[in-house]
Design a protein around this ligand. Structure first.
Ligand code: HEC
Length: 259
């Protein structure tokens, strides 16, 4: 094929890539927001980060927040965070759930299994409120979808605990947070530099690191199929590209005598 004839194809490919990549570039406009690994069509979750994020949920957030749409088995498998079946079994077995009633109708507790939902920290919303000064810690399964700004907003909340301005009166049981509407939040700062988890994979920790990792994990919780979807998207684009080239070559062949 002569090179000038490639020009329209290259131009089309360039235009397509601009359209496809523009959304991921746009998110770089917010200077305070981390650059999330899963944005853009080639974006992927980083399993090491998801596992660190799970460690943060497990050690910190799960004391107050449920994650009730997840099953323990979701942590393994293709859409999972890269844990083995044995790891998943061990994590599930840390919690107790009510067993099936026995012959006498008594319900005894048993260790949770991979097929069980994540166990909530409180038996019901009233218990959760009463342990948190009247405020309900929301379920985190879909929190990145439920709040405008998604992962950037949740990150801003976690890193938004600052000293209150002098004229602000912070009531008992409330904390000043610059990202929260009205600034007075009922959640004590969950990630502080004095209470960082020490990562199992040895990653050096900081408030920003830990906040990014838990947000990545929560994004996965709300959208676990993203890696699979992006893989499929890339395959479709490659397929469409090859098809375009073939169609073009066929067109040239058919019209060769006319030109
Ligand atoms: C000591 C209990 C406690 C812990 C631990 C805790 N939270 Fe919260 N969280 C709360 C409460 C209570 C609220 C409700 C705050 C309100 O409505 O003022 C809340 C609210 C939130 C919100 C919603 C903010 C909004 O816009 O409504 C997010 C997001 C959140 N927490 C994330 C986390 C994450 C992530 C962790 C772990 C790193 C965590 N929380 C740990 C108690 C807790």
């Amino acid at each position: 094929m002569r090179s000038p004839s490639m020009r329209p194809l290259l131009a089309a490919a360039f235009a397509a890539s601009v359209v496809v990549l523009a959304p991921s570039l746009a998110s770089a406009a917010d200077p305070a927001a981390p650059s999330w690994s899963w944005l853009g069509i080639f974006g992927k979750y980083d399993p090491a980060q998801l596992q660190r994020g799970f460690q943060v949920y497990h050690d910190v957030c799960s004391n107050c927040h449920s994650l009730s749409l997840l099953y323990y088995r979701n942590l393994g498998g293709d859409d999972g965070i890269g844990l083995s079946d044995d790891d998943v079994k061990k994590i599930a077995a840390e919690k107790q759930v009510p067993d099936e009633p026995n012959d006498a109708g008594d319900v005894k507790p048993r260790a949770a299994r991979p097929s069980d939902h994540f166990v909530a920290p409180f038996p019901n919303a009233n218990a959760a409120r009463s342990a948190n000064g009247g405020a309900l810690p929301p379920d985190l399964s879909l929190i990145v979808k439920a709040r405008e700004g998604g992962p950037n907003y949740v990150y801003a909340i976690l890193t938004g605990f600052v000293d209150a301005p002098k004229d602000a009166k912070v009531p008992d049981g409330k904390y000043y947070n610059k990202a929260f509407a009205g600034n007075m939040i009922s959640m004590p700062p969950p990630i502080t530099k004095d209470s960082l988890v020490s990562y199992a994979d040895g990653t050096k920790n900081s408030v920003e690191q830990e906040s990014q990792d838990i947000v990545a994990f929560l994004n996965w919780a709300a959208e676990p199929e993203l890696n699979v979807r992006h893989n499929m998207g890339v395959k479709v684009l490659i397929f469409a590209g090859i098809l375009t080239i073939l169609a073009y070559l066929v067109k040239r062949k058919i019209w060769a005598d006319v030109h």
